[in-house]
Structures are given as structure tokens and as C-alpha cells.
Design a binder for this molecule. Structure first.
Ligand SMILES: [Ca+2]
Length: 232
């Protein structure tokens, strides 16, 4: 029920009460004129509201032309907002996987440029969903939107660090340069048993541990953007 509909109902009740009170009071106190005046005013207001459309356009024809008044409905939900083409909706949010290799900062900036952010995973359900996207990607690993640059692992969105899916022995801050979060698609050839699909690992900002021809190289890491519209 719209606000206008509720206002209409209240006004019609007010009109009815005033007319009845006016008639009763008028007969008793001889003040019919005063009370029926109030009733008339409310009737006018109620009638105007009655003819207002909840949405759409009302045309009023006049001798010298016409006046057009538009009434816009509020968006039914914020998911009407355009994200990017072929982003996938899940839990009220949108997600998209990108395979173009970028370092963590460039990936986060790319997501921001599209109105989103690197994906923040805060539940097993969301992990499962993101993992299903990663599974059909082409990169070795994928950036997630967290770092421990502040000394603690944090999502860039500020969401609570309520869930993690670290590979065995991770995070290990190998060579003391690993402060950025990634998810495996392919198993890490150095530890294929523990570092498998969906598991998390901390790596350097460009994903490189030894050299760019390694399993961990910037060109072989993708990223996933998330758009927060609605609640998860
Ligand atoms: Ca690591």
C-alpha cells in the first residue's frame, strides 16, 4: 500500500467524521456553517490527492495547451543500479571474474573504477559461490580484497573478518613480503595437496615469489570484483 493510499483513507475517514459531527453538532449548537466549512476543506484536499496517480504521468488539458506532471515511483530496490555487463548476482550482491593479470593494487583500482571492490568473503556460502566462479576461470590464482598491511587481516570493505579458508600452513608471509590475499584455482605445484582449488594464500603485491615465469606471476593471476547492492 502506498503512502498516498494510506493518506487517502485517513482523509476520507476524517471527512466522514466531520460531516457526521457537523450535522449532529450543527443541529445541536447551530454551528453547522463552521463545521461544514472544515469538512469542505478536507474534501477538497482529499479529492486532489485522490486524483494524483501513484506513478506515471497526469495530463491536464487546458485551452492554450496542456500541462504534464510526472510522478516517479521510488526504485523497487537498489539492485536496479547497473553494475557491469554479465556480472553474476548472488545473495543480493554482484560478482564478476577477470582474467587479465594485474597486481593487487591495480586489481582493486580496476574494481573501484567499475563501482565495486575486490571480493570480500565473509561466509562459507559466499566462499562456495566465489569458488564456483574461480573454478571456470583461466588464471592460476585470483586476488581477494584483503591485506594485512595494518598488522591484521582485513577486508578492504571494512567487513568483519568472520571467515577464512587458508591453505594448510598459510598465511606464512614467505620472504616477509606476503601481505595480499589470493585464492587458488590450480593447485600450487610446490604444495599441491594443501594449496588446491578455493584455498587461500598470502602472497606479495604482484603475486611473484621467485620470478615472472613461475606459477606465481602477475600475468597468471586474475581477480574478482564484487558490488554491494542489497545485503548478503
Ligand atoms: Ca603464502
Amino acid at each position: 500500500m502506498t503512502v498516498i493510499a494510506i493518506v487517502r483513507i485517513f482523509l476520507w475517514i476524517a471527512v466522514a467524521v466531520l460531516i457526521i459531527a457537523g450535522v449532529v453538532e450543527g443541529f445541536r449548537e447551530k454551528k453547522l456553517t463552521q463545521l461544514s466549512g472544515y469538512a469542505f476543506l478536507i474534501t477538497v484536499v482529499a479529492t486532489v490527492i485522490q486524483i494524483l496517480p501513484s506513478s506515471g504521468t497526469s495530463e491536464l488539458s487546458l485551452p492554450q495547451g496542456s500541462v504534464s506532471i510526472s510522478f516517479a515511483s521510488a526504485p523497487s530496490s537498489t539492485t536496479d543500479t547497473i553494475v557491469v555487463a554479465d556480472a553474476t548476482a548472488w545473495g543480493g550482491h554482484y560478482y564478476k571474474l577477470f582474467d587479465s593479470g594485474r597486481d593487487w593494487n591495480d586489481a582493486e583500482a580496476a574494481c573501484h573504477g567499475l563501482g565495486g571492490h575486490l571480493v570480500a568473503i565473509t561466509s562459507q556460502d559466499e566462499q562456495s559461490f566465489v569458488q564456483s566462479m574461480v573454478q571456470v576461470g583461466n588464471s592460476n590464482t585470483y586476488w581477494l580484497g584483503a591485506t594485512n598491511l595494518s598488522g591484521k587481516w582485513r577486508w578492504t570493505t571494512g567487513e568483519r573478518w568472520s571467515y577464512s579458508n587458508w591453505a594448510s600452513g598459510q598465511p606464512d608471509n614467505y620472504m616477509s613480503v606476503e601481505h595480499y590475499l589470493e585464492m587458488y584455482r590450480l593447485s600450487n605445484p610446490y604444495s599441491p595437496q594443501s594449496d588446491a582449488l578455493g584455498k587461500w594464500n598470502d602472497v606479495s603485491v604482484d603475486d611473484v615469489i621467485q620470478d615472472q615465469s613461475d606459477f606465481f606471476s602477475t600475468s597468471r593471476i586474475g581477480y574478482i570484483c564484487e558490488w554491494d547492492f542489497g545485503s548478503k
